[in-house]
Design a protein. Structure first.
Length: 318
């Protein structure tokens, strides 16, 4: 498998908690999304209600506001399956700078079109070409400032602000369930939860259609996988820099059968009136597999799902 190499990560895998606190001020314009109780012991953290429809805007806003204006003269560039692209385009428009995004050509049309509507330039390439561009550090030939979609420390710190909100919203939290793709969200919220000393178990979730990190930690090496899942937001390639971060941030891993994930998207919409994309429904789907009565928060990480796909999942049962 081709590894996606992080250009800006420090060797130290620990998250700077003070930087997370600074990030709270940098992203104060964003809403503190609600944590809604759907049973006596389960809350949904609704990041699908962010302005771009996912948690990614937290990290990108923090990263851009942490940079000097001189670093942003040519704008920013990133790579994404969709939600990071939307976040980058949204933040760039807020900052009045240019934005370019390299996207998988398999990205949902709703995400790709949304990026263009926000004024960003989209480079839509086959997955193999995107991975080659990353391995060859193709951004170095571009004038824009590269913001890594999940391994940039400022992006991870921005995501970590969500954990501070959850600790206030659900003071008795003992378990946090989070979908894992590249690992930026899990690293951020997991590190903050552990640093808070609240004895919170952090559960990382992936679909059976792309169990990259589960297989990596089980086998000791990243497997060669081709994504076959509706959770397109979790199909990032293996990045060795994220390995230690995730090993320390995530306490347990759960694999959700793809059929259960599809059913979870429909159940969230019909039972809880929550629109979630595939990746956004992973944590909710995993909650049904976990035993125990611990107060649990499942992060609905995003809601950017194509209308036809959602209609199909609703009409078919899954």
């Amino acid at each position: 498998m081709t590894a996606l190499v992080s250009p800006v990560m420090a060797v130290d895998s620990r998250l700077d908690i003070d930087e997370v606190r600074r990030a709270v001020d940098r992203i104060a314009v964003l809403p503190a999304t609600p944590a809604v109780a759907v049973s006596e012991q389960l809350w949904l953290k609704l990041e699908n209600l962010q302005p771009t429809g996912s948690f990614k805007v937290r990290g990108f806003l923090n990263a851009v506001r942490a940079l000097r204006s001189a670093d942003l003269q040519a704008g920013i560039v990133t790579v994404s399956a969709g939600n990071a692209a939307l976040a980058a385009a949204y933040v760039a428009r807020m900052a009045g700078i240019a934005c370019k995004v390299v996207m998988f050509d398999s990205a949902p049309a709703a995400k790709r079109d949304g990026v263009r509507e926000l004024g960003a330039e989209v480079l839509s390439w086959p997955r193999a070409q995107v991975l080659a561009w990353m391995a060859e550090r193709g951004w170095e030939a571009m004038p824009e400032r590269f913001v890594h979609p999940f391994a940039d420390p400022a992006v991870i710190a921005g995501h970590g602000t969500m954990a501070l909100e959850m600790l206030e919203q659900v003071p008795g939290i003992r378990r946090l369930i989070v979908a894992v793709g590249g690992g930026g969200l899990a690293s951020g919220v997991g590190s903050v939860m552990h640093a808070a000393g609240r004895a919170v178990e952090v559960v990382g979730v992936q679909s059976s259609g792309y169990p990259l990190w589960l297989r990596t930690f089980a086998d000791g090496a990243p497997p060669a996988l081709v994504p076959d899942t509706i959770a397109d937001g979790t199909t990032a390639p293996y990045d060795p820099v994220m390995h230690d971060r995730l090993r320390s941030a995530v306490d347990r891993w759960v694999e959700v059968p793809e059929a259960d994930l599809r059913a979870a998207v429909a159940e969230l919409a019909l039972r809880h009136k929550v629109v979630a994309e595939g990746a956004g429904a992973l944590a909710y789907a995993a909650a049904a597999q976990l035993a125990g009565s611990e107060p649990t928060v499942a992060i609905v990480s995003g809601g950017n799902i194509d209308g036809p796909r959602l209609a199909g999942l609703l009409s078919s049962g899954h």
